[in-house]
Structures are given as structure tokens and as C-alpha cells.
Design a protein around this ligand. Structure first.
Ligand code: KDG
Length: 338
């Protein structure tokens, strides 16, 4: 029967060798195991940050908490891993805030194009009151947000032609993250966007299902997107944070001491990840050009034009995100620049 077939397929697993969810339960010896998965590959600063988290946690708990790390979407994509945390079959994932908005709409405030002027302001807002208040909202979703990490400013690439002004977006098939604001913002710019999980992106570009995508230089380089993309522009249209997420059931089952250790480790390894990521984003635009990509600079005027075009979308989404959250974030951005 179909039901039996589905059950058999499920039992075969998704191709990773780590077995089923039972392993993450507390063992007889009292050792707890964190299964942590991310979408990016082992070369990305996000994975290096995760290894740092593992090192700190295993050391500070004297091995009472073990961390198993999985990269490249081995455990799933941002959305499915977040759902696995809710169900308690996985303990940690570090998604972009954009797909997390499907769980807590307030996260979409960070999907407002051209919101943050630079990373210093982003750090202050995210690590400050309003950023932390948004993390707290995850608890209603059976999730705990332990820290913000960095994905970075996102830039557009494609295989068709250089993007210099808004007109160049016309008709381009662009993959976006699974987030409605992103989708509508790119529609407003004239593109033809399709939401898609990161794990499907490379193949989609290779096969021409999409012409382009947008991600920080570090990702474009380290995921070898230059093999299937020809043009890159410094649109810097969104600053994309990551959230270090933990399953709430798992977190609640830790001792107070252990909770403190995992929280501090997420923050500390996040600082390390931000540093590596900034170094990466600084150096990889040159590397992309060495690999044959053509770079086009977006002029301040062209960026202004894009800003104007997406403004109605921002206005439309304000109530969906939450007026209070949007106002508080704008205020915090202003305060951070005083
Ligand atoms: O590990 C993080 C990735 O899964 C994803 O968030 C990367 O920015 C990303 C994207 O474009 O989906």
C-alpha cells in the first residue's frame, strides 16, 4: 500500500549516516547529544563557527554534552530542520532569518531591503533589546533563539547579463529564500522570482530553472556558484542575519548550568563566525572575478531607484510583521548611529 511504502521510505532515512532521532536523547551515561545541521558547506564560516560551538560546549561540560555537526543540508533545509527542532528530532540549526519568518513573522523586519547601513549597526540592533525581544518570540514555537550570527549583505548574481540598474532585473528568473517579502520586493524590482530551499539552488542554476540568485560573496564563492553564474553586482539589498536555534524541549531538559554554557557558547562562537564571515565577504569579490565572473557596480543613484521601487512593498508588510517591531527596529537603527 502507499502508506507502507511511505513508511519504508521514511525508515530508509534521508541519506545521512547518523541514524534516527533516538540518538539525540540522553543516553544511559547521562551524556546528551546535540545534532546540529546547517545548509552551507564545510568551507563556510558558518560551519567553522559551529565547530567552535562544539569545541566550547564539549570542553565546558566535560563531555557531558556532545555535538554532532552536519553541513551542506545533510539533515535538510532551513525550514525542514527548524520543523525537526520543533518536533524534537534535531537539536540545533542556524537558519537565515528570512525563512524563520514563516514561524515568527517579526523576523521579516530584517527582510526590509536596504534596512541596515553597515554591520556595526546591525550588530547593535540584533544584540540589543529589540533583536533579543524578537528571539524570545520563538519560544511560542517551541524553539529557543540563542544568538544572532551573520550571513551578511546579499548581492545578486545571474547567468544572463550584467545588472547595473533596475531595468536589468526585468524578466530575470531569480531564486529567493522562502519569504514572501523577498518575493514581493523582487517582483517590485521587475524580476520574476521563485522561492526555493537553498539545498536545491545549485542544481536549479545549473539546469537553468532559474537565471540567478542572491547571497553574500562568501556563499557565492565557497559554494562555487561561479561555475554556473556569470555576473555579480554589489546590490547589497539585504543584510541577512542567521539565528542560532535550539529545540526548546532539549533546552528545557538541560540543567541551569548547561543552559548557561550552551547560551554563552552560541554567543561566543557567533562572534568568531561574524569575524570570519566579514573577512570572507571582504576578500571573495576579487576571487569571484579571478574565477571569471564579471562584476558590475551599482551606483548610489541606481540603488536609490531600487529603494523607491520597494517602498510600497515595505508599507504593505508593516502590519504583517508587526507595527511595533518595525518601529522599534527603525528607532534602534537610528539610536545605533548617534
Ligand atoms: O545554513 C544556512 C543556509 O541554509 C541558508 O540560510 C543560506 O542564505 C541562505 C539561502 O540563500 O538560503
Amino acid at each position: 500500500s502507499t502508506v507502507l511504502l511511505i513508511a519504508m521510505l521514511a525508515a530508509c532515512g534521508n541519506g545521512d549516516s547518523s541514524g534516527d532521532g533516538d540518538e539525540s536523547a540522553s543516553g544511559d551515561d547521562g551524556v546528551k547529544t546535540i545534532k546540529a545541521g546547517i545548509g552551507l558547506n564545510e568551507d563556510h564560516p558558518q560551519y567553522k563557527g559551529l565547530l567552535k560551538f562544539k569545541e566550547i560546549v564539549e570542553k565546558k561540560t566535560d563531555g557531558k554534552i556532545k555535538v554532532e555537526t552536519y553541513h551542506s543540508g545533510q539533515l535538510g533545509d532551513d525550514r525542514s530542520m527548524t520543523e525537526a527542532l520543533q518536533l524534537g528530532s534535531q537539536e540545533v540549526t542556524i537558519p537565515s532569518t528570512a525563512p524563520l519568518a514563516n514561524f515568527v513573522p517579526d523576523f521579516s523586519v530584517f527582510d526590509i531591503p536596504f534596512l541596515f547601513p553597515n554591520t556595526e549597526v546591525a550588530d547593535k540592533v540584533l544584540d540589543g533589546q529589540v533583536g533579543q525581544d524578537i528571539l524570545k518570540k520563538l519560544e511560542d514555537q517551541n524553539l529557543v533563539g540563542l544568538a544572532y550570527w551573520e550571513n551578511g549583505f546579499r548581492d545578486v548574481t545571474n547567468s544572463k547579463h550584467p545588472i547595473k540598474t533596475m531595468d536589468d532585473f526585468k524578466g530575470l528568473k531569480l531564486r529567493t529564500m522562502e519569504n514572501d517579502l523577498h518575493l514581493d520586493a523582487f517582483k517590485a524590482l521587475g524580476a520574476n522570482p521563485t522561492p526555493m530551499a537553498f539545498t536545491e539552488l545549485f542544481t536549479a542554476m545549473q539546469q537553468g530553472t532559474v537565471d540567478g540568485q542572491e547571497n553574500p560573496y562568501a556563499t557565492i564563492y565557497l559554494q562555487k556558484f561561479y561555475e554556473v553564474q556569470k555576473y555579480v553586482s554589489n546590490t547589497h539589498h539585504i543584510y541577512s542575519p542567521f539565528v542560532f536555534l535550539m529545540s526548546k524541549d532539549f533546552y528545557d531538559g538541560l540543567s541551569e548550568d548547561q543552559q548557561k554554557i550552551v547560551k554563552e557558547a552560541a554567543v561566543e562562537s557567533g562572534k568568531y563566525e561574524r569575524k570570519l564571515n566579514r573577512e570572507a565577504n571582504d576578500k571573495y569579490l576579487d576571487k569571484l572575478q579571478e574565477e571569471g565572473m564579471k562584476y558590475t557596480e551599482i551606483s548610489p543613484e541606481a540603488r536609490e531607484e531600487m529603494k523607491k521601487a520597494v517602498q510600497p512593498v515595505i508599507d504593505d508588510y508593516k502590519s504583517e510583521i508587526g507595527e511595533e517591531t518595525v518601529d522599534k527596529v527603525y528607532q534602534a537603527i537610528e539610536d545605533a548611529q548617534k
